[in-house]
Design a protein around this ligand. Structure first.
Ligand code: CP
Length: 340
């Protein structure tokens, strides 16, 4: 077990303070984190317990440790990102790892190098953990097959975004506790949403009652019958937002992904706003204490009104802040597993 010791300004370990949190004892066994469907309920609990530890590390005066000294984390982004990329970099540095950030636009990808060759090259220069974002669904899985480095999927096409789902569930649990039987409504462009898919797997495993809501053209009915081998959660699909929001505990608005609307499946924006924008008035159907979430970046005035986005129920900024601690936990668990 690797200890979570504080680092001095030079990044060296300076000993464990009294009352310092101990990492949980369950063992992480996955080489890669490609989606939440590969995580057991025990894995989810381990991530959340480790995240609690990382939150405490961040609250210390120095806010960093040297636990991952000697580990190299490479972020390889073929798509734009603010939250995921910045939080992985901050998380890796807070654990004492070396970090290299590669953007496809400024790497040899621009000269035609394939994903597989790029991944092999990154491994050859010494990467232990590779965080990848790519517009193609399955890109992270392909990368993981061709490298001994541990691959974390930072979002691949419309497939998966596991660390987003983990930070979402962590934030939900901070506010409502156990998610079993909690009613979670995910609204918007579900068809193109890797966030919705990864949340759905994890939420069902945690026993939540998930409702997916949006225009029928952006709402794959097949998600209703996804086989979940563990957990008692349910999934329901509806295009009726008023009905979906009834007694909701948590409402998550999804970004309208204009860059992925090549098939003309989105009704006009005006129609979308009229029928699906999350507004204070519409939230009148939900539980009075319902949380409002959004993975970001938000199109304020489209999928969510500015009043709701920045209102008292909104935990959007907490989601972003929790992203650092959750990603510290994932990096810690994966790096520790590699050392065993
Ligand atoms: N939620 C999310 O993945 O945001 P970024 O695209 O800014 O990383």
């Amino acid at each position: 077990m690797v200890s979570i010791k504080p680092a001095n300004s030079a990044g060296t370990e300076v000993g464990q303070p009294q009352g310092a949190p101990e990492p949980p004892t369950t063992v992480w066994a996955l080489k890669d984190l490609l989606d939440t469907n590969t995580l057991s309920m025990k894995d989810l609990e381990l991530v959340f317990e480790t995240t609690d530890t990382m939150v405490e590390v961040r609250e210390r005066p120095v806010g960093r440790v040297a636990t991952l000294r000697g580990t190299t984390v490479v972020t390889l982004f073929y798509e734009n990102s603010t939250r995921t990329r910045a939080s992985f970099e901050i998380a890796a540095k807070a654990l004492g790892a070396d970090v290299i950030n590669l953007a496809a636009a400024t790497s040899s990808v621009g000269k035609g190098e394939s994903l597989v060759d790029t991944v092999r090259t990154i491994e050859a220069v010494g990467a232990d953990i590779l965080v990848i974002r790519h517009p193609g669904s399955g890109a992270a899985t392909l990368a993981a097959r061709h490298t001994n480095a541990s691959v974390i999927n930072g979002g691949d096409g419309a497939h998966a975004h596991p660390t987003q789902a983990l930070l979402d569930l962590y934030t939900m649990r901070q506010h409502v506790g156990d998610l079993e039987h909690r009613k979670v409504v995910i609204v918007g462009d579900v068809l193109h949403s890797r966030v919705a898919r990864s949340n759905l797997w994890a939420l069902r495993k945690a026993g939540a009652q998930v409702t997916l809501c949006g225009p029928s053209t952006l709402l794959p009915r097949s998600l209703e019958s996804l086989p979940v081998h563990e957990g008692a959660g349910t999934c329901r699909v509806t295009s009726n937002l008023g009905e979906a929001l009834e007694e909701a505990d948590i409402v998550m608005a999804l970004r309208i992904q204009r860059e992925r609307q090549e098939q003309g499946l989105l009704p006009s924006l005006r129609e979308y706003i009229r029928n699906y924008q999350i507004t204070e008035e519409r939230l009148g159907n939900a539980n009075p204490n319902a949380l409002v979430m959004h993975p970001g970046p938000m199109n304020e005035g489209v999928e969510i009104s500015p009043e709701v986005a920045h209102g008292l129920r909104s935990v959007v900024r907490e989601q972003v802040a929790n992203g650092v601690a959750v990603r510290m936990a994932i990096l810690f668990l994966m790096a520790t597993a590699r050392r065993r």
